[in-house]
Design a protein around this ligand. Structure first.
Ligand code: SAM
Ligand code: SF4
Length: 328
């Protein structure tokens, strides 16, 4: 770290430089492990931060050490004119990386504009490569459009393109299909352990699939050679099958949690700071942001960071917020 880089206060030797910002709590899917079928009660429009407010927050967060911003949700692309927000954040001095986590269904329409606005790269969530299963797991999503979204991201250079696949017993037999995908395309598939957050889960929730089980299944398909993380940092560990264009990675958020390495801060769409996905601890920063009070905004960020513990996995959170309201 360069000597003039802002240091987070109250975080000991750890650096929190990564902000996950939920831009909406709404979504056009109802993934079985993320939302109940009837959906969740969305926050009223007036409680949701505007793009200008989000950009103001990011400016303040840079002063406290944030340099990487990920837009998430809900589904970020259901919010109108998302490229406008990307443009505002790209103009903030000190932000070096803007990424997006999306279900991908609207990416065919927006990939080009997002790239032009300053987006660096995307992660697309895709849990099944089977048309019918995908429809069931997302409660109505179109696999075809998501695959076209991934291709659009590759075409526009929103790379590295990563795919997030939540491990479920329902889809365990599809690991070879994902391996075929990364053989042919420069895509990085990360298998993520399902986390019991928000009271939702797949039908197989009582028999979750661990990273170790997925690794064993993949090892049966060939030699897994450890490789560096494609273009980034973060908790995933990556491997490549010799000759394949892409890689496979694992995020063992439950069986082998990585709280000690956590570098992230979360902002919900309604302006609450969360220092841990699994914690109910929230700091309200909306009032300070709405008043364009930089000092109070920074104070709220410091307060949240000071309460970050780095050493406790607290499962499950009781705040009542599901994943779609936190941003994953
Ligand atoms: N709608 C966007 C999407 O699906 O990519 C962004 C929001 S979504 C909450 C962010 C990530 O959280 C997705 O990759 C999703 O698969 C993951 N996720 C949601 N619920 C989860 C759970 N219970 N366990 C593990 N991952 C989960
Ligand atoms: Fe929506 Fe993403 Fe949650 Fe699926 S995982 S319901 S796409 S927010």
């Amino acid at each position: 770290m360069s000597p003039d880089r802002p240091q987070n206060p109250g975080c000991g030797h750890r650096v929190v430089d990564y902000l996950r910002m939920a831009v909406t709590d709404r979504c056009n899917f109802r993934c079985v492990y993320c939302m109940p079928p009837e959906g969740v009660a969305f926050k009223p429009h007036e409680e949701i931060l505007s793009y200008e407010e989000m950009a103001f927050f990011v400016e303040a967060a840079v002063d406290v050490g944030i340099s990487k911003v990920r837009l998430t949700g809900g589904e970020p692309l259901v919010r109108k004119r998302l490229p406008d927000l990307v443009r505002l954040i790209a103009a903030v001095r000190g932000v070096h990386d803007i990424s997006l986590t999306t279900n991908g269904v609207l990416l065919p329409d927006f990939a080009g504009e997002l790239k032009q606005a300053g987006l660096s790269r995307v992660n697309v969530s895709l849990d099944s490569l089977d048309l019918e299963r995908f429809r069931v797991l997302t409660r109505g999503g179109s696999l075809d459009r998501v695959l076209r979204g991934i291709e659009a991201a590759l075409r526009e250079g929103l790379e590295p393109v990563k795919v997030n696949a939540v491990l479920m017993r329902e889809t365990l037999d599809e690991l070879p299909r994902f391996v075929e995908l990364v053989r042919e395309r420069p895509i990085h598939v990360r298998f993520i352990e399902w986390m019991p957050v928000g009271g939702c889960g797949p039908q197989s929730a009582d028999r979750p699939v661990s990273k170790d089980e997925a690794v064993a299944a993949l090892e049966a398909l060939g030699e897994l050679v450890p490789v560096a993380s494609p273009g980034g940092w973060g908790p995933a560990r990556y491997f490549r099958f010799p000759g394949h264009q892409g890689t496979v990675g694992f995020i063992s958020s439950v069986s082998d949690h990585f709280c000690g390495d956590c570098n992230r801060l979360r902002l919900t769409a309604d302006g609450r700071l969360k220092n841990c996905l699994f914690s109910d601890d929230e700091v309200d920063v909306r009032r300070a942001v709405r008043a364009r009070d930089r000092v109070a905004t920074i104070a709220a960020i410091r307060e949240s960071l000071e309460r970050k513990t780095f050493d406790k996995l607290r499962l499950p959170g009781r705040s009542g917020r599901g994943m779609s309201q936190i941003g994953g």
